[in-house]
Design a protein around this ligand. Structure first.
Ligand SMILES: [Zn+2]
Ligand SMILES: [Zn+2]
Length: 344
């Protein structure tokens, strides 16, 4: 089989490999589509550590091609999405359902302490507990289950109620999915701040009640002005300290500031403990997803609660990853999806 393999920092080689054999509790998935994420981008550039050689790709979906001896829930030909977070189901976090915080943190192709080969390949081995049935939806749509599950997780971390107001800073692919996840949870109004004209217009099309151009207006004033006051949740979907501060500045007393974009591991910021104390504004983190979030994301996708197709701007082959990473670095386009069958 062909596999797009990270062989060193900044180096991807399309290799011919043996088709893997699934273990007794695994299935072998023939990859139909696997979308590209900023996490892949960081692993490619070495800003997230990864031991090479490694096949990246943690947002995959496809067809079950083989099942292990102990697998009875799936059969050859089933259409599935892959949850990349492998729970050990033995640690106390897993037992509480917090599988994303598992002590034995293992990921299929994504960032983790242990990283297994991912889905930028024609086939990938996956524990049977890590695949979900997707019915008839397209593999490209199903590939967005993983990033959407991260957004479902973010919405849960923000702990909102219907009618709570939300400000979102940053409308890249993940910000636009987060917007849709908040809408599904009943957030209103939702105000989005985004520099790029096209992304800002898309945010309006996908349901933002107001959009702000930070080149034209100061988001710290414009977001509360558009939302009718400070917002219950200020969500940052970029991962930069200045915009996290913006999100916090627009968060209402009693609300929460959601750190959703991936910040630099070395970044630090000043926090006024008095403000946290006096205004009871929480900082909430949102990392990855739980098994439950993944299932909820599939449900939202299956029942057409999410516009995924608008977010998918490029279909690429296994050979095209380095060029795709370059375009991601320049914020060109939105989601890029690898379709392994397209690259002969
Ligand atoms: Zn991802
Ligand atoms: Zn665990």
């Amino acid at each position: 089989m062909r596999a797009s393999t990270l062989t060193d920092v900044g180096e991807i080689t399309v290799e011919d490999r043996d088709r893997p054999d699934p273990a007794d509790d695994e299935v072998l998935v023939q990859v139909g589509a696997c979308s590209v994420c900023m996490t892949d981008y960081h692993m490619y550039h070495g800003t997230f550590a990864a031991e090479t050689p490694l096949v990246l790709g943690h947002e995959g979906a496809g067809t079950v091609a083989e099942v292990g001896a102990d697998v009875d829930r799936f059969a050859v030909g089933d259409r599935v999405a892959i949850n990349p977070t492998v729970p050990c189901n033995a640690c106390s976090y897993c037992k509480k359902g917090e599988t994303h915080l598992c002590e034995n943190n293992t990921s299929i192709g994504g960032a983790g302490d242990t990283i297994l080969d991912g889905a930028f390949a024609e086939y990938v081995r996956v524990p049977a507990i890590n695949v979900e049935d997707i019915g008839e939806m397209s593999f490209e749509r199903a590939a967005l289950a993983e990033p959407l599950a991260c957004c479902v997780h973010g919405v849960e971390q923000a702990d909102i109620k219907p009618g709570d107001s939300v400000g979102i800073i940053g409308a890249g692919p993940i910000g636009l999915l987060l917007l849709q996840a908040f809408r599904n949870a009943g957030a209103a109004p939702i105000v989005v701040s985004e520099l790029d004209d096209e992304r800002r217009e898309l945010a309006a099309d996908l349901g933002a009640d107001a959009v702000i151009d930070p080149n034209e207006e100061d988001p710290e004033e414009a977001i509360p002005a558009a939302a009718g006051g400070p917002v219950n949740v200020g969500a940052e979907a970029i991962g930069l300290v200045p915009t996290i501060k913006q999100a916090n500045a627009v968060t209402a007393p009693g609300g929460s500031t959601l750190i959703f974009g991936v910040p630099d591991q070395e970044a630090t910021m000043e926090v006024s403990p008095f403000d946290v104390f006096f205004d009871e504004v929480d900082y909430r983190g949102s990392f990855s997803l739980t098994t439950e979030d993944f299932e909820r994301a599939i449900t939202l996708l299956r029942h057409e609660r999410i516009d995924a197709e608008t977010l998918i701007t490029e279909r690429i082959g296994l050979d095209d990853l380095p060029a795709a990473f370059e375009r991601m670095g320049n914020a060109e386009g939105l989601k890029k999806v690898v379709v392994p069958g397209d690259s002969e």
